[in-house]
Write a protein that binds this ligand. Structure first.
Ligand code: NAD
Length: 292
């Protein structure tokens, strides 16, 4: 190569290398997010993902001990200036309104809501009591309504758009045996997201849904009775449940909280700025086909 050209190439390569070493601007820098159920498996992974992209995060949860532990874990990783927490039961209207305001107090605004707090309680249909039905509907459908309504009001007032992601469930789209109350409540979350997407669109408030399939590891739901009920409904032992779900999926892979967090991040960020009222199943291909 002529001397000048060789010099130019070397110079360009050095510049390139320098650019690679420079910290990339974080995609959620300056944004404030509130994650309900933030002390649980999926909520914690979501909070961690949003924090790593530069957002400030308010964790909200009904379980104070778990909340303290989750906050400590995230503060140790990201620093105390970007994480706060608020205890709230999402079925309590007044408490929900106050909890959403804490995002304004702590970080001066609210850009992203991740509605994720949940329970799972099931029984064969003939044994589904009114109490069990109402419990699912109130924490899931009504909880998502109350939280998103407060967030929506704040976002409207702010007047700069906003972003909501509902962590619903594959069971909001397809039936699952012995879990009619849970499935119905999850379907309500999915449809609420669509309705809210329509009303929010003129205000640039986007609303999308992430539907996990079974996320067993890390989830506290699966520590409880739900695991026993799912094993019974699928007629297999509790120890074989994870393998059962893995084999049932097209990709033959298990789904983890971090997989859900990636999908939530996609919808929470500008990467998806032309998407609203949409659903992303994170299920290793389970909802799309009968594999067995
Ligand atoms: P998790 O139990 O680990 O987390 C749920 C969190 O919600 C808990 O910390 C719990 O304390 C909190 N919570 C429960 N009731 C509440 C209330 N009334 N007010 C405020 N907080 C409350 O479970 P997860 O697996 O992380 O579930 C998160 C979401 O994902 C839920 O909505 C769940 O239905 C959904 N989901 C989970 C799976 C799965 O297999 N894990 C599959 C599909 C959908």
């Amino acid at each position: 190569l002529p001397e000048q050209e060789a010099f130019d190439i070397e110079y360009w390569l050095l510049e390139e290398a320098k650019l690679q070493r420079m910290p990339k601007p974080k995609s959620l820098a300056g944004r404030v997010a509130l994650v309900t159920g933030g002390a649980g498996g999926i909520g914690r992974a979501v909070a961690s993902q949003l924090l790593s992209e530069g957002a400030c995060v308010v964790l909200s949860d009904v379980d104070q001990n778990a909340l303290t532990e989750a906050k400590q874990e995230l503060v140790a990783k990201f620093g105390k200036d970007v994480v706060s927490s608020v205890q709230v039961d999402v079925t309590n209207e007044t408490a929900v309104i106050e909890s959403l305001k804490s995002a304004m107090v702590d970080f001066g605004g609210l850009d992203i809501l991740v509605s994720n707090a949940g329970i799972a309680s099931a029984a064969p249909f003939e044994e589904t009591t009114l109490a069990l039905w109402e419990k699912n509907l109130s924490v899931l459908a009504t909880g998502y309504f109350l939280v998103s309504r407060s967030a929506y009001q704040i976002m409207l007032q702010q007047g700069i758009g906003g972003n909501m992601v509902f962590v619903a469930s594959k069971n909001g789209l397809v039936a699952s045996g012995g879990a009619s109350a849970y499935c119905t409540a999850k379907a309500a979350e999915v449809h609420l997201a669509r309705c809210l997407a329509l009303e929010g669109a003129p205000h640039q408030i986007r609303v999308n849904v992430v539907n996990p399939d079974a996320v067993i590891r890390g989830s506290r739901i699966w520590n409880g009775k739900w695991k026993e009920e799912r094993a019974e409904a699928n007629k297999i032992s509790e120890d074989n449940l994870e393998e059962f779900y893995r084999q049932r999926s097209m990709l033959k892979r298990s789904v983890f909280p971090e997989d859900i967090a990636e999908a939530v991040y996609f919808f929470a960020s500008d990467k998806s700025n032309k998407s609203t009222g949409n659903i992303l199943n994170v299920d290793a291909g389970n909802a799309g086909a009968f594999t067995r």
